[in-house]
Design a binder for this molecule. Structure first.
Ligand code: ZN
Length: 266
């Protein structure tokens, strides 16, 4: 069984002490590929060097809405230039977070819109983080068609899911689906078409049921696979097959070779 973790922050300090062991456990769990999205300008180089040194890791580069304090206006053009020089499978993690106390909606909207332009220019999918702002995200995605990508850790309404599918977006399914009390979300995910679903961990965050309070890691995605299979009345093998195919198609993972910029300094 081959699995792909489409969202894992393996570059962050939480993994510094045992990153190799985490990767070994992921391989043992059948995870062939992991997408590592950067969250701010400082992390671009970290994600780049980590993904260059480990063949199954793939970089995405973006400016995350939870770290508005770290972003500077010039980071937008620097991100654009970075993507001219460095191979990436997506732009992200980017998005809107209207759950944060004291959030600045217009600054977040501006930052996301700039990154949607960058994704279009570089013909890359986007990895979207969204809390309490799904309608605003969908509006921007509609205005920036054609664009593909994933709504990571999707938790919207059936109507919002419908709109996202019309735009050609996929849904990232992770730890939250393993909680039985998440009845509304589980019912919605059970009804979504197979070709729209991707597996993810968001490690070190979003632990699976039974591991609350612990650091999350890719090998634990097996619990997400089994939860998804259970609520959809499918076999884990079937879910693995289509989620892996969806991830490869969206992020272009079939072409494994990393292009020439790796030889040049960043
Ligand atoms: Zn994330």
């Amino acid at each position: 069984m081959q699995l792909i973790d489409t969202h894992c922050h393996l570059d962050v300090g939480d993994f510094d002490a045992d990153r190799e062991e985490v990767l070994a456990r992921a391989r043992h769990a059948g995870i062939s590929d992991i997408i590592v999205p950067a969250i701010d300008f400082e992390h671009l180089e970290q994600v780049r060097s980590l993904t260059l040194s480990t063949p199954e890791l793939h970089p995405a580069y973006g400016l995350h809405p939870m770290f508005m304090d770290q972003h500077r206006p010039e980071h937008i053009s620097l991100l654009d230039q970075w993507l001219d020089r460095n191979h990436a499978v997506a732009v992200g993690e980017c998005g809107l977070d209207f759950y944060l106390p004291g959030y600045d909606a217009s600054a977040q909207l501006k930052l996301l819109e700039a990154q949607l332009y960058i994704a279009q220019n570089h013909r890359l999918p986007v990895i979207i983080h969204c809390r309490k702002a799904m309608d605003q995200v969908l509006k921007l995605l509609r205005e920036h068609r054609p664009l593909t990508g994933v709504l990571h850790s999707f938790n919207g309404s059936p109507q919002q899911a419908e709109q996202a599918m019309e735009l050609g977006f996929k849904f990232g399914i992770g730890g939250p689906v393993t909680y039985e009390r998440a009845k509304r979300m589980r019912a919605l995910i059970a009804a979504l078409p197979a070709e729209t679903l991707l597996l993810e961990t968001d490690a070190p965050d979003q632990p699976v049921a039974g591991h609350q309070g612990e650091r999350n890691e890719p090998s634990l995605m097996i619990h997400v696979l089994h939860a998804l299979a259970g609520i959809r009345n499918e076999t884990p093998e079937a879910v693995a097959e289509y989620t892996t195919r969806n991830a490869k198609t969206l992020f272009g993972l079939t072409a494994k070779e990393k292009l020439s910029p790796s030889a040049e300094p960043a």
